[in-house]
Ligand binder design. Sequence first.
Ligand code: HQG
Length: 181
Amino acid sequence: MNEKETKKISKFLSLVLRHKPEKIGITLDAQGWTSIEGIIEASNLKLDLEKIVEVVKLNNKQRFSISEDGERIRANQGHSVDVDLELNACAPPEKLFHGTAIRFIDSILKTGLASKNRNHVHLSADVETAAAVGRRHGKLVMLEINAALMNDEGHAFFLSENGVWLCKHVPPSFINQIESS
Ligand code: HQG
């Protein structure tokens, strides 16, 4: 497969496994899993098992997992549909980072970071990753989150299978705007 096809399949999988399974008439179970065979049948992308396995393996962000029995697939994070990823709460590093766009900053500093259309707020352990996420939205603003303190004060953090830190909401008092180089 060439890069273009891989990307197209990855985008398709993100769409149906995170946001709109109904678009191709499949359903996700409570933990977000669905049959690989079902996706192959429902899609018009000429998919086969080999292609799906390749996309899952090569995905730059490890966005997807295949079940141990090899029959099912799910997205590791980023859902807007209601799924329980069965993640255990765990203690975050001292600081986490969130890149966003300058046009959102007033609202964020007033009301905190909200999960918007997704089930969680997404935070990164390193500034570079957070910067790439933020630039998707416009002129970058970098936020440093006092994650350890938040956790001490009872806000739960979860680490997704692919290394994204998740929480439900970040109140403004834990957010510092920092230089984004
Ligand atoms: C902003 C990609 C105004 C928030 C990435 C963000 C990530 C507010 C936007 C993953 C706000 C939501 C998630 C508030 C938050 N007022 N704006 N109170 N609270 N926002 O895309 O974190 O490639 O849902 O700052 O790599 O940008 O899809 O979240 O700018 O991991 O695998 O509202 O998506 O992963 O945007 O990105 P998003 P995100 P994938």
